[in-house]
Design a binder for this molecule. Structure first.
Ligand code: NAD
Length: 346
C-alpha cells in the first residue's frame, strides 16, 4: 500500500473482514489534523480489491480537502464496503460495519454515500455512536441535498461574477446535467433568479417534473456538452470533464455539485486555456458536509449551517480570484490551500 499511486501519507488504512456477515470493508483515514476523520461510506461492487483500495485512498484524501476548505473541525476519511448494494445488504453486514467503525474509537465518523441509505446507517448506529446523516435523534441533520444545492447556487453566483462580470442571472442560460436530489434544487434556485435552463437526465420523470416547474428546455444526455450556454452545472456524474468533452463546451464557466468532475487534475489547466472558469467541485459542493458537521457537533443549528455555507462561497471566490490573478488552474490553487490547512506543505 505504501507504494500505491493513490497513497498520500494516509494516517491509517484499516481492512475489515467478517466471515459471518460477509463484510469486506476498508476504512481509510487520510488526515486527522483538523479533527476526527469524517466522510461517507460507499457500497460498490468493485472488480478487484485493488480498485476498492484505490477508491478508499482517493475518496478519503478528497474528504480532507473538502472539510478543510469548508473550515470544519473535521479530518478526512472514507469507508468502502465491497458488494452489490441491491443484492448484498443485510442487517448483519451493517452491524459488522458498525463494529468496525466502533473499533476505531471515534477516529472515523461515518455517514451515507453512494449505495448507502439512512436506514442502513440506523443499523450501523446500533453498534456505534460515530455515525451521522440520520433522520432521527436530537441533532439529526436529514437529507443534505437541499443545503448542498443552496451552496451550489451561491457558488454559481460567485463564479458568474468573475466569468460573466455579473451575478445577475436574469436571461442568462445555464445548462444543468442531472436533476436529482441536488440538481433539482439547483434548478429551482436558478429559475427563481431569472435564468433560462437547459436540462438533461436519464430519468424522464425527474426531467419532466423539473421542466414543468422551471420552464427548462430538455436535451438528450449527450447533447448537454454542446449547448450554447453561459454556465454548465454538472450535478450527476464524475469524470465528465475529459478529453472527449473538453472541446465541446461552449460556456464561460463550469460550476456544479458532482464529485470528481475532472477525469485527471491536468484538465483544470486545459479548461483555463480554453477560457472556462472552473469552480473546484470539492469547494462548491461542501454544503452537505457542513450540514452533517452540524449533526456531529451534537446540536443542529440551521443558522450556523447557513453562515458556514455562505463563508465557504467567499472562500470559493478567493480561490477563483487567486487563480485568475496568477494564471493558474483553479483546482490546483484549491488543492494548495487545502494542503496548507491540513499541514501538508510538501
Ligand atoms: P442523485 O442520484 O439524486 O441525482 C443524480 C442524477 O443524475 C439522477 O437524477 C440521475 O438520473 C442523473 N444521471 C445519472 N446518469 C446520468 C447521465 N449519464 N446523464 C445525465 N444525468 C444522469 O444524486 P445527488 O445526491 O443529486 O448527487 C449528485 C452529484 O452530487 C453526485 O456526484 C454526488 O456525489 C454529488 N454530491 C451530492 C451531495 C448531496 O448532498 N447529495 C453532496 C456533495 C456532492
Amino acid at each position: 500500500m505504501f507504494d500505491h499511486s493513490s497513497f498520500d501519507a494516509h494516517e491509517g488504512v484499516h481492512m475489515f473482514h467478517d466471515a459471518d456477515s460477509g463484510l469486506k470493508a476498508i476504512i481509510a483515514v487520510h488526515s486527522s489534523a483538523l479533527g476526527p476523520a469524517a466522510g461517507g461510506c460507499r457500497m460498490w461492487n468493485y472488480d478487484t480489491g485493488e480498485a476498492m483500495l484505490r477508491d478508499a485512498l482517493r475518496l478519503s484524501h478528497g474528504m480532507s480537502y473538502k472539510n478543510a476548505m469548508a473550515d470544519l473541525p473535521l479530518g478526512g476519511g472514507k469507508a468502502v464496503i465491497w458488494g452489490d448494494a441491491k443484492a448484498d445488504k443485510s442487517p448483519e453486514l451493517f452491524r459488522a460495519f458498525g463494529r468496525a467503525v466502533e473499533s476505531l474509537k471515534g477516529q472515523y465518523i461515518t455517514a451515507e454515500d453512494v449505495g448507502i441509505s439512512v436506514s442502513d446507517m440506523q443499523i450501523v448506529r446500533e453498534e456505534t455512536a460515530h455515525v451521522a446523516g440520520l433522520d432521527e435523534g436530537d441533532a439529526a441533520s436529514g437529507d443534505p441535498s437541499p443545503i448542498t444545492a443552496m451552496g451550489i447556487y451561491l457558488g454559481i453566483l460567485e463564479t458568474a461574477k468573475r466569468a460573466l462580470g455579473t451575478d445577475d442571472l436574469t436571461g442568462r442560460t445555464i445548462a444543468v446535467q442531472g436533476v436529482g436530489s441536488v440538481g433539482g434544487h439547483v434548478c429551482e434556485h436558478l429559475a427563481k433568479a431569472g435564468a433560462n435552463l437547459i436540462i438533461t437526465d436519464i430519468d424522464q420523470a425527474a426531467l419532466s417534473d423539473i421542466s414543468t416547474r422551471t420552464g427548462a428546455r430538455i436535451v438528450a444526455p449527450d447533447e448537454i456538452y454542446d449547448v450554447d450556454a453561459d454556465i454548465f452545472s454538472p450535478n450527476a456524474l464524475g469524470a465528465i470533464i475529459n478529453e472527449k468533452t473538453l472541446n465541446r463546451f461552449r460556456v464561460k464557466a463550469i460550476a456544479g455539485g458532482a464529485n470528481n468532475q475532472l477525469i485527471v487534475p491536468e484538465m483544470g489547466e486545459l479548461l483555463r486555456r480554453r477560457g472556462i472558469l472552473y469552480a473546484p467541485d470539492y469547494v462548491i459542493n461542501g454544503g452537505g458536509i457542513i450540514n452533517v458537521c452540524a449533526e456531529i457537533s451534537g446540536t443542529y443549528l440551521r443558522d450556523w449551517v447557513d453562515a458556514k455555507v455562505k463563508a465557504l462561497m467567499v472562500t470559493l471566490g478567493e480561490v477563483l480570484d487567486l487563480a485568475m490573478e496568477s494564471c493558474e488552474p483553479t483546482n490546483l490553487v484549491a488543492d494548495r490551500i487545502a494542503r496548507q490547512r491540513i499541514g501538508r506543505t510538501d
